[in-house]
Structures are given as structure tokens and as C-alpha cells.
Design a protein around this ligand. Structure first.
Ligand code: DGY
Length: 321
């Protein structure tokens, strides 16, 4: 029997592959920056026993039926809404994701985005780049305080807890809403469980960390933005699909809420044609939540370790079911 065949949908650094090279026949897409076209991936995956893919790949039922040799799909992300997990399960294909290794890095970015939005950092930087910095004045670029305010975290999982830990350092009051109560966060971080509506009504910062599912699609809609305080700030670092972007754009335009900081969008990548880019009270990032070199390397290594464990007949470290 030959070595198991692994296909990787993006070019990744050779040094990460070297521990696995002698045990597997590894092939990968030639480019680091652009996703593999769907039809080429279809062709390449036909013979593959294992797949390492990114959130840019749509691994749906049709794909899964077609890739008939696959034993494992290792997704380089904690979110796995790009994969039809039920279809994979049905074919007894193991699906893994990358929790834990990105928790602190993503929480850092969440907090950075929250601070940049509250203190209008991008707008402020732009006054210099666009030669608009006039005389210093009392309310020039005055934003809103972060310390001692109320943060409402929707989705109190690992990243939610890591954000709450940072919030405690700013003496913030922490509210949260989650499908199930998180007793650990309540005891260790004095986080208070509240209903979704109460969280929207009482928080100065509403932070979305919920995974994208059928139930959370467009969770943050016109109704939700109307319930938020007029001075409230909305932050999204989970998935764009949880937000009705038209409703958010309108809320920002009408100043129903003060500002929003977004790292994720419904149809990524976005560009300057997206209406949100026209708004000064929106801070937009290109999905960089977990983007530190160390964390991205750790995510890829975890994917490779999961694949390796499965081919050794062992349990993957981070299976999603
Ligand atoms: C994830 O892991 O789901 C992130 O969105 C990618 O950094």
C-alpha cells in the first residue's frame, strides 16, 4: 500500500510539512494568496485520502460525495460553517477544526477592534494621511470610553471568555448571552448571564462571537440594532452571516447606534464598493482575527497533526463531532 495522499488547498511553508513528508504523499495548491479554483480542487481531491482546507473552500454535500477517498477534512479555522458536517458524518469522514490555538490571538484582535472603534483610531490616523489635522480642539476626534463600561458578549465560548478576561482588566462590567449558561465564566470572570434582548439594551459594547448556524443567521438585524443604546458600539469577529449588513449600514447611517467594528463580512472579500466603507463610524478589517504568524503556524500544524493521528488509527485532537 502506498502512502496516504494529502491535499492542501493553499501553499503553506515547507518547514511545517517536513515532520510529515516521509509518511504522506503531500500535494498542495501552488499559491499562498489566492484560493484554488473550485473545478481544480474537484479534480485534485478525487484521489486524496486527507484534505487540509481553509474557510475559503465550500465543502458541501456534492464535494463530499465526489471526494470518495477522504477520511479526514481538517479545516484551518475554529469556525466550520464552510463544511457540510452532516454530509461528512454520513460518509464517516472525520472533520476537525482549530480551537484553542487561536483563542488568545483572536481575543487580542477583538479588543483591538473594540478600542479602535471606540476611540476612532482609523478616522484619527486618516486626518494625518489626508492633511486634515487642523488645530487641536477640545472635542476633536473625541470618542467614547471603554473602561468601566458594560460589554455584552454574545457567544461565551473560549474566545468569549478570553475577551471577558481582557474586559476585566479595563474594569468593565461583563454581560453575556449563550445557548447554555457558562458557569466557569460566571464564577471566574463575574460574567452575568442575560437574555439576548437585555444584553442589547444594557451593553455599551455588543460583541458577536457566535458561530454561524441556521439559528444565528442574521441574528443582528434591524430589530436587534433598534434595541441597542444609541451610544452603543457593535463588534463582530465571528462570521459575517450573523449580521444583516443592510440593517447595520442603516443603523450606522441613522446613528441608531454609534459605531461598528467588523472583522468579518457576508461575502468576503469586500472592497470599497461595499456601502459600509463609506461610513466614518465603521471600522473594517479583512478577517484577521487569528492573524499572528505564530497562531497561523499553530493552526496549520494542528491540522496536520489531526490528519496524522487519523491515519495512525488514533482519535484526532480536535474533531468537531
Ligand atoms: C476562524 O478560525 O474561524 C477564524 O475566522 C479564522 O481566523
Amino acid at each position: 500500500m502506498g502512502k496516504p495522499k494529502i491535499y492542501i488547498t493553499r501553499k503553506i511553508p515547507e518547514h511545517l510539512l517536513s515532520p510529515f513528508n516521509d509518511r504522506y504523499e503531500i500535494n498542495m495548491w501552488k499559491d499562498e494568496k489566492t484560493p484554488i479554483p473550485e473545478e481544480i480542487l474537484f479534480e485534485r481531491v478525487k484521489e486524496a485520502d486527507g484534505l487540509l482546507c481553509l474557510l475559503t473552500e465550500k465543502i458541501d454535500r456534492k464535494f463530499i460525495e465526489h471526494a470518495s477517498h477522504l477520511k479526514i477534512i481538517a479545516n484551518m479555522a475554529v469556525g466550520y460553517d464552510n463544511i457540510d458536517v452532516a454530509a461528512a458524518k454520513n460518509k464517516k469522514i472525520i472533520v476537525t477544526n482549530t480551537p484553542d490555538v487561536l483563542t488568545e490571538t483572536t481575543a487580542d484582535l477583538t479588543f483591538a477592534l473594540l478600542m479602535a472603534t471606540a476611540r476612532r483610531l482609523i478616522e484619527a490616523t486618516n486626518t494625518i494621511y489626508h492633511d486634515e489635522w487642523g488645530d487641536w480642539s477640545p472635542f476633536m476626534l473625541a470618542g467614547t470610553d471603554i473602561h468601566h463600561k458594560t460589554i455584552g458578549i454574545v457567544g461565551m465560548g473560549r474566545i468569549g471568555e478570553a475577551v471577558a478576561r481582557r474586559a476585566k482588566g479595563f474594569q468593565m462590567n461583563v454581560l453575556y448571552h449563550n445557548r447554555t449558561r457558562n458557569i466557569h465564566a460566571e464564577r471566574q470572570l463575574q460574567a452575568t448571564y442575560v437574555s439576548f434582548d437585555k444584553l442589547l439594551e444594557e451593553s455599551d459594547f455588543v460583541v458577536s462571537l457566535v458561530p454561524l448556524t441556521e439559528e444565528t443567521t442574521n441574528l443582528f438585524n434591524q430589530n436587534a440594532f433598534q434595541k441597542m443604546k444609541e451610544s452603543g458600539i457593535f463588534i463582530n469577529v465571528s462570521r459575517g452571516g450573523v449580521v444583516d449588513e443592510d440593517a447595520l449600514t442603516e443603523a450606522l447611517k441613522q446613528k441608531t447606534i454609534r459605531a461598528a467594528g467588523l472583522d468579518v463580512f457576508k461575502n468576503e472579500p469586500i472592497n470599497s464598493a461595499q456601502p459600509l466603507t463609506k461610513l466614518k463610524n465603521a471600522v473594517l478589517l479583512p478577517h484577521i482575527g487569528s492573524a499572528s504568524v505564530t497562531t497561523r503556524e499553530n493552526m496549520l500544524t494542528l491540522c496536520l497533526e489531526n490528519i496524522d493521528l487519523v491515519f495512525q488509527g488514533k482519535t484526532a485532537k480536535t474533531p468537531v463531532y
